[in-house]
Design a protein around this ligand. Structure first.
Ligand SMILES: C[S@@+](CC[C@H](N)C(=O)[O-])C[C@H]1O[C@@H](n2cnc3c(N)ncnc32)[C@H](O)[C@@H]1O
Length: 504
């Protein structure tokens, strides 16, 4: 393999590293992507990134120790002590820095200069600037803030940091991800997206990059990729821009450079059903298996009484309530992970060395919400769709004025077993009402691991930081499975280009 076939990948605004995971695990002929530097400001996400980089640098015996750590048989400290070389590499490949902070920018420049020193023209930049200011939710939140001036929101300008680094590194290619809101967001009367496109195309001098869509039907989809069309069990629609340096862009036209859609959708059930069943916790007050049984059976009874008389729904709610009362296993362990065969999708994410899936603990829920969870999941089990607020019986409506005005419509949403999930967003860190598990008898929101499964992270991808941070990390990520397909197309393009590239 020539050195030209290994592309050093710089991951900006890296989050927990979903995009980089896809790139580093992609097999595209003789082309490989090696993560040279991941930059992230959040301490929890940074710890996750560093651990994954460490994992990538471990040899086989090191990996055995990693799995002992994942199984709780070795502490993080012991693991690192045993494999200091791999740890040093991980420290080299990750940086906890805030782009746009002058001191941090100087530090980043030093690290980039060290990478650029050998003058090898083999860089690829991935990652997109954060999207809160562009996103529709962000904009509606800001709409209520009379002091909000879009032009002064520094997040609008973070993409300039991205441009600055493109200018410095002059990568052969970049992949920029962002929310769809970027397409319609405006600033001073102009479309943000047009500014972004213009700046990207001129990032390293006028006309230095050409931009492409990776969608097989770009005329219809533009730059938007729908993750569920590429084997991810989740409706996640994001703008993905591929930028190719003008001197290598010809290869785009001569290659079949787009993703290939999967034949079928992967469902929530296929993604989650082999994971151990867990009971929810009870928040605010004592929590034990006996108290939980009592609380959940009562929740099913409340939901059954609220459902229409003589309906199938009422009958099913009663059956579930009885089943829970008669249960004698606590279902709060990962013990049955090894036993169940998974779907093809799940098999691809499991590792036989794991005794249980990491990050698979349930949250506590308020007793008042359990009846809504019971209702939603049982409704979906029967109807094959999540109930909307219109389907909610009056007696279960939350005590919220805005419920009836429709503002909180769909505030409680179950993920339907037979379909891809709705978009996993960082909002999952808040209360989980929007991410209810499809199995009524577990009566709970999704765990971090379940969210990670819907995002196509392998089970050995461990999320560090506190649980709220872990949820945010998972919700923010690009699904590695989608990222791998993007990397594969880019790998093919760049290998065609190998040897033809003009001096940068
Ligand atoms: C959408 S997430 C990126 C997800 C990532 N591409 C992945 O696939 O996992 C954006 C990340 O940018 C980080 N971030 C925001 N502002 C930053 C800044 N100024 N410097 C560095 N990181 C920043 C956030 O903490 C967040 O983790």
């Amino acid at each position: 393999m020539t050195s030209n076939s290994v592309f050093r990948t710089i991951d900006l605004f890296a989050g927990p590293g979903g995009l980089a995971e896809g790139f580093s695990t992609c097999e595209a002929g003789d082309t490989q992507f090696k993560v040279a530097l991941s930059v992230e400001k959040d301490p929890g996400a940074f710890r996750t990134l560093r651990l994954r980089s460490f994992f990538r640098n471990l040899n086989d015996s090191g990996r055995d120790d990693y799995f002992r750590f994942a199984n709780g048989e070795l502490s993080e400290e012991e693991l690192i002590n045993r494999h200091q070389g791999a740890w040093a590499k991980a420290e080299d490949e990750t940086a906890m820095l805030e782009l746009g902070n002058p001191e941090h920018d100087r530090e980043l420049d030093k690290r980039l200069d060290a990478l650029l020193e050998d003058d090898t023209d083999n860089f690829v930049v991935i990652g997109g600037p954060p999207c809160q200011a562009y996103s529709l939710a962000g904009r509606s939140r800001n709409a209520g803030n009379i002091e909000y001036v879009a032009e002064q929101d520094h997040r609008h300008f973070l993409f300039r940091e991205y441009i600055r680094i493109l200018e410095k590194v002059r990568p052969r290619a970049f992949v920029m991800e962002n929310v769809k809101g970027i397409l319609s967001s405006s600033l001073s009367g102009g479309k943000i997206f047009e500014l972004v496109r213009r700046d990207l195309m001129n990032a390293a001098g006028k006309g230095s990059y050409e931009l492409f869509s990776l969608s097989p039907d770009p005329d219809k989809a533009g730059y938007v990729l729908r993750a569920e069309e590429y084997g991810v069990p989740q409706a996640r629609h994001r703008v993905i821009l591929l930028g190719l340096r003008t001197d290598v862009a010809d290869c785009f036209a001569s290659t079949n450079a787009c993703l290939t859609k999967s034949d079928e959708f992967v469902t929530v059930g296929e993604a989650l059903n082999d994971l151990p069943s867990l009971r929810s916790g009870l928040s605010r007050g004592e929590d034990s298996f006996e108290l939980w049984k009592e609380a959940v059976a009562e929740a099913f009874s409340i939901a059954a009484k609220a459902a229409p008389r003589c309906s199938k729904l009422r009958a099913r709610l009663e059956v579930h309530g009885k089943e829970i009362l008669g249960r004698n296993d606590a279902r709060r362990t990962s013990a049955d992970y090894g036993a169940k065969p998974g779907s093809d999708y799940a098999s691809g994410l499991r590792d036989p060395r794991l005794k249980g899936p990491p990050n698979h603990d349930t949250r506590g829920h308020m007793r008042s919400d359990l009846a809504r969870y019971a209702f939603c999941s049982t409704f979906a089990e029967l109807e094959g769709r999540a109930p909307s607020s219109r389907d909610f019986p009056e007696a279960l409506a939350p005590d919220h004025q805005s419920w009836s005005t429709g503002k909180f419509a769909d505030r409680f949403k179950v993920q339907v077993e037979t379909k891809p999930s709705s978009t996993i967003t960082s909002h999952i860190s808040k209360d989980g009402h929007y991410f209810i598990h499809p199995d009524p008898t577990q009566c709970r929101s999704l765990t971090v691991r379940e969210a990670a499964r819907l995002q196509s992270f392998p089970d050995d991808y461990i999320f560090l930081g506190n649980r709220t941070s872990q949820y945010v990390q998972v919700g923010n990520a690009v699904p590695p499975l989608l990222a791998r397909q993007i990397a594969k197309v880019l790998g093919r393009l760049l290998s065609k280009d190998n040897g033809q590239v003009k001096a940068a």
